[in-house]
Every structure is written in C-alpha cells, then in structure tokens.
Design a protein around this ligand. Structure first.
Ligand code: HPA
Ligand code: ZN
Length: 347
C-alpha cells in the first residue's frame, strides 16, 4: 500500500517561509531529553519517552512552563545546545523554512550554573552549520524571563555584551499575567541602545493593555502572539495601521487553552482585519507540530485558501529582521513558488 500524499500538507511543507516564533528549548523532543539526561547524568521527572509525552497536557501557560523548565534542565554543555539546535534546523529546513529567528532563554540556564557562553556558542555553531547545510539564514533572539526582576534582565544583557554582534534582538517570555511589559521598560531601552531589535510576548494570556504597553512603553519591532488584541477594536486598528507583525502560534494556542479548538482559531479574522499576522510553532516538541503542521492543521480547520497561506508566508518575511534586499529575494522566491503551484493546480 502506498500513502497518497495530502496536497494541502505538501503545499504547506513546500511553501517558503520564515520561522519567527520558536523557543529553541521548546524544540527539545522527549527522545533527546531522555538521551541528554543519560549523557549528563541528570535526573528528570519522567522514566521514559512515553511517560514524558503523556505529561504534555496543559491547562494554561504556567502548567506548560513548569514542564518546559524541568525539561530544559538536561541542557548543560555547548554540545547539548548545538545538538538541540541542529535537530531543530534539520526539521525546519524539511518544513520549508528558509530563514529562522529563534528565541533562547539565557536565564533558564545561567540560573542553573550553565555559562552564558556555552549556550550561545553551542547555538551559533549549529546555526553556522545549518546555513552551510540547508542554505537557510539564522538569527538569534535572547529572551528575558518576565517572572524574574528587571535587574536580572540587566545582568543578562551585561553577559551578552561580548556576543552582541551575534544577536539580532531581545524578547520577553514566560509567565505573562502579573508581569507586564512596563516592568522591563528600562532594560528594553538599554537593549535598543545596544543595537538590538525588540520583541515582546503580549496578549497571549495577558490583556490588550499589555499589548498597548509593548507598543508605547517598549516600542516593539514585533509582537509575539497578540491574540487578545482582538478584544479591543481601537488597538486592532492601530496594529493594522502601523503594520505590526503578530507571530501567531495556533497549535500552541489550543494546547495552552487560549483558543478552544483550531476550528475557531481567529487567524482568518486577523487577516480580514488587515493585521500582518503570521503562523509559527512556539514550542513544537510540546504542542504537537512544527511550522508546516501549524500551517496545515490551521488551513484544514479554518478552510484557508492557498492565497491566504501565501499571505501568511509573505507576512513572515515582511516581519523578519532581514535587510530589505534579502526580504525582496525571499518574496521573489515565494512569488515563484505561488505561481508554480497555481499553474500546477490549473492543469
Ligand atoms: N509563552 C510564554 N513564554 C514562553 C512560551 C510561551 O508560549 N514558550 C516558552 N516560553
Ligand atoms: Zn512563545
């Protein structure tokens, strides 16, 4: 028996796209978690790959973060970070990703005694190899943990000083409610002064006011998630007018119960409202799929057209931190892909 390829899956996989919302620690598959636990002689709360996977049922963001931080404990050496990222880049390339901007959480590691340099040097080695192997470009974004205080974020920025040329930007992640962007206004200003682009998770679980703070108090270059902006029409109009990119993560939204099911995911509404929305994978090892599966499952559940999928991919390049000439090259490749797919459908 031969498997008939699913045309929608093939389209979503081949569609050239940029990954803009991926936590590298969230790409730690249970198999690698168990292998690294063994290699580093670290105790983990799971006895097997199956037991780990069975624990991946979340009720909200915090219930996920508790498991995500526990899993990250197996990451100890530069080699571990290299292996983690190399596995992710192989998957991303197979998913049609031609440019990736990935988050990493330094404080998750430095607080356990893992040197900042081990984290970044391992990730950079894998990024360089992926550029050579897959022809994809890779940028790194250092994310501050918002459940910690601003002084800790400043200490992290100081640790990053020797590496500033290797980082494209900073982000803000972890427990959102009760930790608004305003708490980090000064460290984001210092990050901007250091030449870094600014991203914030906002409006994932937090209210529209957190999105407004990210715009007004931080001056973000890109908004991660942003779903709850939809509750505020004035904010939506502003996001559309200012062409703010929203990195939307549908499988994450369902896993963390921010959206009931994919069948009611607001991605079409976002596009209809003129928002520059894109689709990404967040923490794919935990949420049931990488970027192509996020595209495919959402397209199937919401009846997205090829045209809408191409728009989402276009938005991913427009929202990237690539130079304009590189964005133009990616958009030309995307247009060529779309024209080829349309011609194939017509025959
Ligand atoms: N939200 C906030 N913080 C995170 C996430 C997320 O989805 N994934 C990893 N850190
Ligand atoms: Zn995220």
């Amino acid at each position: 028996m031969t498997d008939t390829p699913d045309p929608l899956a093939s389209f979503c996989t081949a569609l050239p796209k940029a990954e803009l919302h991926l936590h590298i620690e969230g790409s730690l598959e249970p198999e690698m978690m168990v292998a690294l636990a063994r290699r580093n002689r670290v105790a983990i709360p799971f006895r097997s790959v199956e037991e780990a996977r069975a624990a991946y049922r979340f009720t909200d963001l915090q219930s996920f973060l508790d498991i995500y931080y526990a899993g990250a404990d197996v990451l100890r050496t530069a080699e571990d970070f290299h292996d983690l990222a190399a596995a992710y880049f192989d998957r991303a390339a197979a998913d049609g990703v031609t440019h990736a901007e990935i988050f990493f959480d330094p404080q998750t590691h430095t607080h356990r005694g893992v040197p900042f340099d081990a984290v970044v040097s391992g990730l950079l080695a894998a990024a360089g190899a992926a550029e050579a192997k897959h022809g994809m470009s890779v940028f790194l974004i250092m994310s501050y943990l918002r459940h910690l205080d601003e002084e800790d974020a400043f200490a992290t920025l100081r640790m990053a000083e020797p590496w500033l040329g290797d980082l494209v930007g900073v982000g803000l992640d972890s427990s959102e409610v009760g930790n608004p962007p305003s708490k980090f206004a000064r460290v984001f200003a210092a990050s901007r002064d250091a030449g870094l682009k600014l991203c914030c998770h906002a409006g994932e679980e937090g209210p529209p006011d957190y999105v407004r703070q990210a715009l007004d108090l931080i001056g973000i270059d890109r908004l991660d998630h942003g779903n709850r902006s939809l509750e505020d029409p004035v904010l939506v109009a502003r996001l559309a007018r200012e062409a703010v990119t929203l990195t939307v993560c549908p499988l994450s939204n369902v896993s963390l119960r921010n959206v009931d099911t994919l069948a009611v995911h607001p991605i079409n509404r976002m596009l209809d409202l003129g928002l520059r929305a894109t689709i990404h994978s967040d923490d794919p090892a935990y949420f049931g799929g990488y970027i192509a599966e996020n595209f495919r499952a959402t397209a199937q559940a919401r009846g997205l057209s090829h045209g809408q999928l191409v728009t989402l991919a276009r938005n991913s390049f427009l929202g990237s931190f690539l130079p304009d000439a590189a964005i133009a090259r990616h958009l030309a490749a995307l247009d060529a892909f779309a024209a080829g797919a349309a011609a194939a459908t017509a025959t």
